[in-house]
Write a protein that binds this ligand. Structure first.
Ligand SMILES: [Zn+2]
Ligand SMILES: [Zn+2]
Length: 214
């Protein structure tokens, strides 16, 4: 899978990744926090091909503002965990209301996820791992063949996502991090904010895991 991080033009927006199966050209975009013509061009330049999925790690505003425009432009299917699906219709839950309420246009989810679901781009498998804690419906996407975890706002380089927002729960976050560090072997970790890391690095150096996850 070819994986490209797309610059959305402002640091308040979460990291946005384009995943392309090079054999078939089928692609997915993770967490399009913003969408306009320039960003459409950036996706095209990165080789977007046929956009099959808009994959959301959770429903916060800084991950979803681009969903409406991108779906309109491409017809791709919007994919989110069942417990965050209503964030797409509710600026209060998405926290858009107190930040940029005018930016959130309501959009219906097309595919509702549960833990363990599998999605495919060509023959490349993406496994959904439910990781509640930051929100109830937070997920990580594991790209099996490439050993990549797209970790949203669950696992960050050196820390973890906040648990004090609507739907957050610290005990669940600890269990979710345990689930990730129990995966076998090393993975590249592509988080929702800040820089990429690896699972091995986070197993030993992440201050939240060292302090909270025994
Ligand atoms: Zn975020
Ligand atoms: Zn978030």
């Amino acid at each position: 899978m070819k994986i490209t991080r797309i610059d959305l033009g402002h640091e308040i927006f979460a990291n946005c990744y384009l995943l392309v199966d090079e054999k078939t050209g089928e692609s997915a975009i993770v967490d399009p926090a913003y969408f306009n013509d320039e960003i459409a061009d950036a996706f095209d330049e990165a080789g977007m091909g046929e956009l099959k999925y808009i994959l959301l790690t959770h429903g916060h505003f800084d991950h979803i503002f681009g969903v409406h425009g991108l779906k309109e432009a491409t017809g791709a299917q919007v994919v989110i965990h069942k417990d965050d699906a209503d964030f797409l219709l509710d600026p209060e839950k998405s926290l858009a209301k107190n930040n940029f309420p005018e930016h959130q246009l309501p959009v219906e989810a097309d595919i509702i996820l549960n833990d363990g679901d599998e999605l495919f781009l060509g023959e490349e498998k993406i496994t959904v791992v439910s990781t509640p804690g930051h929100t109830m419906g937070s997920v990580c996407y594991i790209i099996d063949n490439d050993r990549v975890i797209v970790s949203g706002d669950t696992l960050f380089c050196m820390t973890a996502g906040r648990t004090d927002l609507y739907g957050g729960n610290e005990e669940m976050m600890i269990d979710s991090l345990k689930k990730l560090i129990a995966l076998e072997g090393d993975y590249r970790v592509l988080p929702g904010h800040n820089r990429e890391t690896t699972l091995d690095r986070e197993r030993t150096r992440n201050w939240y895991i060292r302090r909270m996850v025994k």
